[in-house]
Design a protein around this ligand. Structure first.
Ligand code: NAD
Length: 280
């Protein structure tokens, strides 16, 4: 895809571009989702992160169709749900997602959780490789994979995941996992980039002062930090004014000192499910 010039992007291991900032639609009901995605696209967002389990792929699809934006200017991600993992069920699940989205291909298809107790992530990965070869997913990756889960797909497969989408925010920075992924060229996407609202960002030492210095909100500072860390990020909101706020992060730069202050906020504070427990 072509990322607009006034936005930031990264290059995937497929050589395609991914816009670094997008909109996530976890827990956005189908009836609200269409308008929010339309609003986001109007504001300038070109990257939408959904999943089969969010049950709003049809709404995302309706918004895409209504927007009239050319397909090659959009980056659409969806995810394989745990119950659909497996050699034969994976292609059916992707086709269902594509039908709901009204698309011929997704830009990125992810295995949502390693679900170790199901023990099907390797079989699913090999199926994803086939789907990529067939052009139904331009890039393939994983989500919530720990190094041990990545090692399994790297050993069995012939394609290196383009992405690992994991919980990541200032109080939970995933340094070890990122150090493992970086030499492999696996880009990290941060879910819950604002801590899912499960702790007060204002409690992070020094964050309010940095926000005041830039005349920005603490959320904007946190999102800008993600971008400068080389992460992909898609904060969720159902409020139009926050869509605008979260997208207004391309007009300032955090200094080295400010970046270091945010790095120092790491507190190993996971707010979501541990990957070993995500076996639903
Ligand atoms: P998030 O960190 O984006 O937090 C969302 C919360 O922050 C919402 O309650 C929202 O009201 C609030 N918020 C957003 N913008 C704000 C602003 N400017 N000011 C104040 N509050 C603001 O958490 P998330 O939605 O869980 O994560 C983002 C996306 O990541 C999801 O929508 C989804 O696409 C993806 N995700 C993936 C997984 C996975 O397992 N792969 C898990 C969770 C989320």
């Amino acid at each position: 895809m072509k990322t607009p010039k006034d936005q930031l992007s990264l290059t995937l291991n497929t050589s395609d571009q991914i816009p670094q900032l997008g909109l996530g639609v976890f827990k956005v009901d189908d009836d609200v989702c269409e308008q929010i995605v339309l609003d986001a696209l109007e504001i300038g967002y070109r990257h939408i992160d959904t999943a089969m389990i969010y049950r709003n792929e049809a709404a995302v699809g309706r918004a895409i169709a209504q927007s009239g934006i050319p397909r090659d200017e959009l980056f659409i991600t969806t995810k394989l749900w745990n119950a659909d993992q497996g050699e034969e069920t994976t292609p059916v699940a992707l086709q269902t997602s594509l039908d709901l989205l009204g698309l011929d291909f997704v830009d990125l298809y992810l295995i949502h959780w390693p679900a170790p107790l199901r023990d099907k992530s390797v079989a699913s990965w090999l199926a994803l490789e086939q789907l990529r070869a067939a052009g139904l997913a331009k890039a393939i990756g994983v989500s919530n994979f720990e190094p041990e889960h990545l090692e399994q797909v790297l050993e069995a497969g012939s394609v290196v995941p383009a992405i690992n989408q994991v919980e990541l925010h200032p109080a939970f920075q995933q340094r070890e996992l990122r150090a493992f992924q970086e030499p492999l060229g696996i880009i990290t996407e941060a879910w819950g980039p604002l801590g899912q609202g499960k702790y007060e960002l204002s409690e992070l030492p020094g964050l309010t002062e940095i926000a005041e210095a830039h005349g920005k909100s603490i959320q904007q500072i946190v999102l800008r930090w993600h971008l400068q860390e080389g992460l992909v990020v898609f904060p969720k909101t159902v409020r139009k004014e926050r869509l605008v706020e979260n997208f207004s992060v391309f007009d300032f730069v955090l200094s080295e000192q400010e970046m270091a202050a945010l790095v120092a906020m790491d507190a190993d504070r996971r707010v979501g499910t541990h990957p070993r427990d995500g076996n639903w």
